[in-house]
Design a protein around this ligand. Structure first.
Ligand code: FMN
Length: 463
């Protein structure tokens, strides 16, 4: 199934909620673990580097190629990438450094690690709940290498959202990939991000994951494993594969299976994430506390922000190379010095431009188009991420990208937007629950596909 077909099939329309019986089953396991493999506890007391957030996200910090690290540095890297940063009062919900639709966290994180003191060279699964590394395989050799691979267990999200979950799964994964890039920047390492794999099936085999339940999404390469280091599995491969199946309920249904298969064949986007932006005059902000305190905030107050602040959002987003099928719109409502209205944004490498699309207040229309989540109406502005319906199927010649990388990039945009909001002391909330056609109409792009909205602005009280 093509991305465009899937998107239409899973769109929400007011008064016409579609029945979706393609996903059935009970509540899933939200944490994956390999009970009987050897593991390495990551130290919990680490001294995080004190780094100015703006230097990291505006590419001003000198970063270096990974050449080995201490176990404490690896602990910090995993924690900042995907660690548990807060729990609710009951202790049931564990929130992470990244947001996730419905707090379901469908992503899993794996690391190919070599050259780190206290960690034997090998392939590891990050056990988020216990903050430890489960060793799946060993690698003979002494070189330094580090790669993070991100996979998804779509059922975790499909259990709640049915077939529409694949959109959220991709957005969530985009958030995580971007967060890994930022965590790497904080630790001072250069990375290259790939929103896909040359051969998904082979990658799944290397990880011993069962593609019927868990699927590879993308990777962040710090330093590739250059030699053909021999990978020795620490347990029987079939045992490892069984562990990739969530114990309760796992089948994410025929619709997600169909779109997953097609989008695996699309060419993917590579982003070296190393664009330097010299402009941007902002007070320094310590990056690590900001990541730990990031939360989705909905308690907006209808107050203005400054034009210069909005421009920092534009600058920060110009770090992300947008695939041509992705279009960003800013619905500006309360920004001192900018006429309220919808603007189309384009940016790259520190340059950006805005093209007016519509004049006037639109934030309440957006709130109503977001399944009547009326708190959005108090935001200072909203970013609306749209997909070009004609270009999205990603199979034309050698053009890179497609549906998968469009949604992953939308997730990356989301993660950066959350953190920039947080750095200004403002709030941000990603919104995936939307009436697709209504959102498209607000930004005057009725033929486009709405995929993500981010509401941003001053909030009442920081929780
Ligand atoms: C793809 C995506 C879609 C989301 N959609 C909504 C939404 O429609 N409404 C909402 O109130 N929150 C939404 N959220 C926010 C999540 O509910 C929130 O991330 C989650 O509860 C975890 O909390 P935290 O972000 O504070 O860590 C969304 C988040 C993501 C990443």
């Amino acid at each position: 199934m093509k991305g465009s077909e899937y998107h239409k099939l899973t769109s929400y329309e007011r008064f016409r909620l579609k029945r979706d019986d393609s996903v059935t089953g009970g509540s899933p396991d939200f944490f994956k673990s390999y009970p009987d493999v050897s593991y390495i506890e990551l130290p919990r007391s680490v001294n995080f580097p004190k780094v100015n957030f703006w230097d990291v996200i505006l590419g001003r910090r000198k970063s270096r190629i990974f050449s080995g690290a201490s176990i404490k540095a690896m602990s910090a890297l995993f924690y900042l990438s995907y660690g548990i940063t807060a729990t609710d009062r009951s202790g049931f919900y564990a929130f992470r450094s990244v947001p996730s639709a419905g707090a379901l966290y469908p992503c899993e994180l794996y690391g190919w690690i070599g050259g780190c003191s206290g960690i034997e060279a090998g392939l590891y699964h990050y056990n988020v709940r216990e903050h430890l590394l489960e060793q799946i395989g060993r690698i003979r050799g002494t070189e330094d290498f580090l790669e993070f691979w991100v996979s998804v267990i779509p059922y975790r999200s499909a259990w709640k959202y049915g077939s529409r979950a694949f959109r959220y799964v991709l957005l969530d994964s985009g958030h995580l990939l971007e967060q890994i890039r930022i965590a790497a920047g904080i630790m001072g390492w250069k990375v290259t991000m790939y929103l896909g794999f040359d051969d998904f099936d082979r990658a799944a085999q290397m990880l011993c994951v069962d593609d019927r339940y868990e699927s590879l999404i993308g990777r962040v390469v710090f330093r590739p494993l250059e030699s053909d280091g021999e990978l020795l599995f620490n347990a029987d491969r079939s045992y490892l594969r069984e562990r990739s199946i969530p114990a309760k309920g796992a089948d994410y249904g025929r619709i997600i299976r169909a779109v997953l298969e097609t989008t695996k064949r699309e060419k993917f986007l590579q982003d070296d994430g190393d664009i330097e932006i010299q402009q941007g005059d902002v007070l320094p902000v310590d990056a690590v506390p900001l990541i730990i305190n990031r939360r989705s905030r909905r308690n907006f107050v209808p107050m203005q922000i400054k034009k210069s602040e909005l421009e920092i959002f534009f600058l920060a987003l110009s770090q992300i190379r947008l695939p041509e099928e992705l279009k960003l719109f800013f619905a500006v409502e309360r920004v001192d010095g900018i006429i309220p209205g919808v603007y189309r944004y384009e940016g790259e490498g520190g340059n950006f431009k805005l093209e007016p699309v519509r004049e006037g207040s639109t934030i309440y229309e957006i709130a109503s188009a977001c399944l009547d989540q009326m708190w959005v109406g108090n935001a200072a502005f909203a970013i609306v991420v749209m997909i070009d319906h004609e270009k999205v199927d990603g199979d034309s010649g050698d053009r890179v990208s497609g549906y998968r990388s469009a949604l992953l990039t939308a997730g990356r945009v989301g993660q950066l937007t959350y953190l920039v909001s947080e750095a200004f002391g403002y709030g941000c909330c990603g919104i995936g629950a939307l009436y697709d056609n209504e959102v498209a109409n607000v930004v005057n792009y009725p033929s486009g596909f709405a995929c993500y909205v981010l509401a941003c602005g001053p909030v009442k009280k920081r929780l």
